[in-house]
Design a protein around this ligand. Structure first.
Ligand code: COA
Length: 149
């Protein structure tokens, strides 16, 4: 089996696979309409990582002017801790540079230690807290940013 993830842009046919990852990863998953908007919407793009035939993970970017926002990132549980999310973020940083973005920002649950560790390892820094930002379950968001040179 091929072990290196291959990252590419998602297309509408990928939406069922993306929803499967979404539902396996979040207590309050995106609906199909939200996923479709991320794949097809203006000022948005979705990338996915394939390992062999499997769609193992995805990352979403929203951008306006020179500001980028990572809207979502997830990897199927059986593919975690193999560098797939790191590869998705690396690819996203390249796309952000091509788009002329100055920085990427994101929100992450304060209690989500794996994701916070991932973003710190990818050069993001904590820049603020949004109290009570999440529901189901209720929790704070940490705001993280990485500037793009
Ligand atoms: N515990 C501690 N650190 C972790 C971690 C964990 N469970 N998972 C990732 N990290 C950190 C480590 O520093 C890791 O490097 P290392 O393996 O060399 O130690 C680094 O992040 C890169 O990990 P990587 O293998 O690229 O991450 P992943 O492919 O396993 O995906 C998530 C990480 C967070 C996307 C994945 O756990 C996931 O899908 N979680 C559920 C969805 C979610 O919370 N998304 C984030 C929303 S903001």
């Amino acid at each position: 089996m091929q072990s290196e993830p291959l990252v590419s842009l998602a297309v509408p046919d990928d939406i069922p696979g993306l929803l499967e990852i979404e539902r396996a990863s979040f207590s309050d998953p995106w609906t199909e309409a939200m996923m479709r908007a991320q794949v097809e919407g203006e000022g948005r793009l979705m990338t996915l990582a394939r390992v062999g035939m499997a769609v193992a993970g995805y990352a979403g970017l929203m951008y306006v002017l020179d500001e980028g926002y990572i809207s979502n990132i997830a990897v199927l549980p059986e593919f975690r801790r193999r560098g797939i999310a790191s590869a998705l973020i690396g690819d996203m940083l390249g796309r952000a540079k091509e788009l002329g973005l100055s920085f990427l920002t994101l929100e992450v649950r304060e209690s989500n230690a794996p994701a916070r560790a991932l973003y710190s390892a990818s050069g993001f820094s904590d820049v603020g807290i949004r109290r009570g930002y999440y529901e189901n379950p209720r929790g704070n968001a940490v705001l993280m940013t990485r500037f793009i040179k």
